[in-house]
Design a protein around this ligand. Structure first.
Ligand SMILES: Cc1cc2nc3c(=O)[nH]c(=O)nc-3n(C[C@H](O)[C@H](O)[C@H](O)COP(=O)(O)O)c2cc1C
Length: 155
């Protein structure tokens, strides 16, 4: 029986929603919000990491956790899902936020994202409206990537 850890950070809740959907699909896994608890990847066989993207960057606690645990993560089955809305910047975001060995050894993909206007402050609403022209809440989940991630972890 493989022990699976899913560690994530989320500011507006969508990375957490995706974590819960993954847990629903995989069954028995340990879900850890990095802002609430420590997580030791050495205690697990397989690791899933979830991070939101804000202004092109992954969450800083997730970045630090990946750096701290790099050897362990590179030696195991590790998948990183990114939660963001600019899917066309996926390649650039991955290149800017991950090392070459992480890119070569880990599964790293945009899984989906959301604009939740009810949870944005005035400035965030203003930015999103100005940059994207959008003002309604909506969410997207890439079902093909979702399936790929599940198969990667189950393999
Ligand atoms: C101020 C702001 C900046 C954002 N910048 C990016 C970005 O650079 N790239 C991207 O793909 N998505 C961007 N997004 C979309 C978020 O990644 C998206 O809302 C995601 O669902 C956030 O995850 P969370 O709900 O777990 O915090 C941005 C959203 C906001 C509000």
């Amino acid at each position: 029986m493989n022990k699976i850890l899913l560690v994530y950070a989320s500011k507006k809740g969508m990375t957490e929603t995706l974590a819960e959907l993954i847990k629903e699909d995989l069954g028995q896994i340990d879900l850890v919000n990095i802002n609430e608890k420590q997580a030791d990847p050495k205690l697990y066989d397989k690791i899933i990491i979830g991070s939101p993207i804000y202004i092109g960057k992954i969450h800083k606690k997730i970045k630090a956790w990946i750096q701290q645990n790099q050897d362990s993560l590179l030696s195991k089955t590790t998948a990183v899902y990114l939660c963001g809305m600019n899917f066309n910047e996926e390649k650039q975001v991955i290149e800017n936020n991950f090392t070459k060995s992480e890119i070569n050894h880990l599964f790293i993909k945009y899984l989906g994202g959301a604009y939740r206007f009810d949870r944005l402050n005035f400035l965030e609403k203003f930015m999103i409206k100005k940059i994207t022209g959008e003002s309604q809440s909506r969410q997207e989940i890439h079902q093909d990537v979702f399936k790929e991630l599940i198969s990667y972890i189950q393999a």
